[in-house]
Design a protein around this ligand. Structure first.
Ligand code: SF4
Length: 405
């Protein structure tokens, strides 16, 4: 595995990222898009070049599909390029920040998920995340994965590591899995085990990471940015620990007012000063040729980058078939098994037609709480009212570079 920064990174982007579709864009737009990647670091693994786990491998069929979605943004007809699917709510852990609680219903069967993944690819989605709960609880995960066509979409598995034995990993890779993101919240066992609510969570995560790395699978560690992590020495120790494991990427997510944190836990949410620390980690780590790259949501979803992807570039389907704008925003735009994919997708697209520089959920959390009647996600009529009352503002820089005003 090799990591590339600076001029070498630019060369790779020039030779592997400028697909025929990309070259259809005006030169000034190509240059602006290139500049949006100025703070990224590229990994070469098994002959593939990977910006980070938010992008399919450069030059792949899935990457070309993603470029088409960027051209659609340029044409003012944006649609989601990434979709995360919670294939189950079952899980053996009890994480303090779990965003999946307060949801209930009937888990979808294999055929329904296969049909949904097929429809997502037809709609242009080029990055499909399989999440949960713990997705490895599904014995049919390989059957679900197999419908993801390599020439259309890349796949990423989000896991605590529970159940990710070498045998299971081999079977998932044979079914087409591209990336794995393993949750790891600390460099010491006890705090991680406490935060995950399981005495073996740390050793399980490390075994899973080891299995992924030895199988040559592109692996990210996903860490929840609780406030304590942001202390300089704690974060530095965490990055150095992950570097020692040989993992190429750290994804940094932040607590969101959803699930366990839906109400009454605003004291754990980050403020702008804290997000600035994360953005600096993203930029600084990705300028160094050694060590893992950092992919911080605080940087990626900032208005100076892509802004909030909810419903416009990203969507989420929960374990019971509700189509939502993102993993954390508990608003349903339709129950796919009973209302159909097209109806639900059409409602979502209509409600999220204009991009935003700010996190939709954080800006609307009080309205969402006002509508809460004991279960999430909120129904479509409630979701629609919340969206209608939401003011539109300036667009993120990514969209500006594609001609939006
Ligand atoms: S609503 Fe917030 S958490 Fe969801 S995609 Fe937008 S920025 Fe991310």
């Amino acid at each position: 595995m090799k990591q590339f920064t600076g001029f070498n990174k630019d060369k790779i982007l020039f030779f592997h990222g400028r697909t025929p579709e990309f070259r259809q864009l005006p030169l000034r737009v190509q240059w602006a898009l290139h500049r949006t990647l100025k703070n990224e670091k590229i990994t070469c693994l098994n002959g593939e070049y990977i910006i980070n786990s938010f992008f399919p491998p450069l030059g792949s069929g899935a990457y070309r599909e993603m470029v088409k979605s960027t051209i659609a943004v340029y044409q003012k007809k944006p649609y989601p390029y990434s979709a995360y699917c919670a294939v189950t709510n079952r899980c053996g852990y009890h994480c303090w920040h779990c965003s999946k609680t307060k949801r209930a219903g009937q888990e979808l069967d294999t055929l329904t998920w296969q049909t949904i993944l097929g429809r997502l690819q037809e709609a242009g989605v080029s990055l499909i995340g399989l999440t949960g709960g713990e997705p490895l609880y599904r014995e049919d995960l390989e059957d679900i994965l197999r419908v993801i066509r390599k020439d259309r979409a890349a796949s990423i598995l989000f896991t605590s590591g529970e159940g990710l034995t070498r045998e299971r990993l081999t079977s998932l890779v044979a079914a087409g899995l591209d990336y794995v993101a393993v949750s790891l919240d600390h460099y010491e066992p006890l705090p991680h085990n406490q935060m995950r609510g399981h005495p073996d969570a740390f050793s399980t995560a490390l075994q899973a990471i080891e299995a992924c790395l030895s199988a040559g699978v592109y692996t990210a560690v996903q860490v929840m940015a609780r406030r304590e992590l942001l202390a300089k020495d704690i974060m530095a120790r965490f990055v150095s620990f992950v570097a020692g494991l040989g993992v190429p990427e750290i994804r940094i997510v932040e607590p969101m007012p959803s699930g366990e944190l839906f109400s009454g836990r605003d004291d754990v949410l980050l403020d702008d000063r804290m997000r600035l620390i994360l953005k600096k980690w993203h930029v600084t780590a990705n300028q160094k040729s050694s060590g893992p790259k950092v992919a911080a949501f605080a940087y990626i979803e900032d208005g100076r980058q892509y802004g909030c992807g909810a419903g416009i570039q990203h969507l989420y389907i929960d374990a019971f078939g509700h189509l939502c704008p993102c993993d954390f925003t508990p608003l349903s735009f339709g129950h796919i098994p009973s209302e159909g994919f097209d109806v639900s997708y059409g409602r979502l697209r209509a409600a999220f037609a204009r991009p935003s520089r700010h996190c939709f959920l954080l800006s609307q959390k009080e309205s969402i709480r006002d509508y809460y009647k004991g279960q999430l996600p909120l129904s479509y009529p409630d979701a629609l009212q919340i969206c209608h009352a939401c003011p539109s503002g300036p667009v993120p820089d990514f969209y500006r570079s594609l001609g939006w005003t």
